[in-house]
Design a protein around this ligand. Sequence first.
Ligand SMILES: Nc1ncnc2c1ncn2[C@@H]1O[C@H](COP(=O)(O)OP(=O)(O)O)[C@@H](O)[C@H]1O
Ligand SMILES: [Mg+2]
Length: 272
Amino acid sequence: MSDAYSGRGNKDRSVTKEGGATMTPGPQHGKARPAPGGPFLIGESMTGGYGNGPDILHECTIAVDKGEIAVIVGPNGAGKSTGMKALFGMLNVRSGSVRLDGEDITDLSPQDRVKKGMGFVPQTHNIFTSMSVEENLEMGAFIRTDDIRPTMEQVYELFPILKEKRYQAAGELSGGQRQQVAVGRALMTQPKVLMLDEPTAGVSPIVMDELFDRIIEVARTGLPVLMVEQNARQALEIADKGYVLVQGANAHTGTGKELLADPEVRQSFLGG
Ligand SMILES: Nc1ncnc2c1ncn2[C@@H]1O[C@H](COP(=O)(O)OP(=O)(O)O)[C@@H](O)[C@H]1O
Ligand SMILES: [Mg+2]
């Protein structure tokens, strides 16, 4: 593993669960291989809102397949975070369904979805600021009863700065480092799919590039990644699949390349 960072792509897949995502060799990265019975994770035609409030999502469909990075973009308030919460079971989905690896999980609690292999990093409050970095990672592994040290070492190899700062309170870290803690915490459950809501929020362009590189590295281990990003152009550049949401509905869907080339998407969402 010593030269794991010499190029893009962490070849070690042990942060992912056996029997979960499969390794897609580098050259084939980006080719979606639909699982039998549909994408690995899909929220299909989801309609719903918060509590008894109005619907925020309108027949919204979001999916990610094995070996893919899928990206959700769209204006503020479009329902990107709401879509992620719907997939994770934090929303009242009035119609539509959520399926993971072919299984209907629409009625499962978030905690049960974690047990099924979903790792979710919410947009806000995604770390315990008063706890140390290492305690955050330990908290991430709360559902596990086996030895978590090897996974923790994996996280430290992916994010070496976290090892250096492992006894420091997470709240004392920089924005980019906190996001690494949040992602690392989600990886501690050895998820089969990783969901990230704005993992680069509030960080500098250089740190953003670095975080994207790490996310690509994680995806290359075979772990499907679904993320919301406000840096639409950069995110679509690394996306196998992209979703543009507007007012809680799918406005444009395609490969990252297709969306980047779409004149309407460019004009309305990418600043021309
Ligand atoms: N907890 C909540 N309760 C009620 N309405 C909410 C809540 N969170 C978000 N909303 C509303 O849902 C809509 C979509 O918000 P959100 O999903 O956060 O958008 P985005 O992530 O695309 O910026 C907005 O109108 C917002 O006001
Ligand atoms: Mg949001």
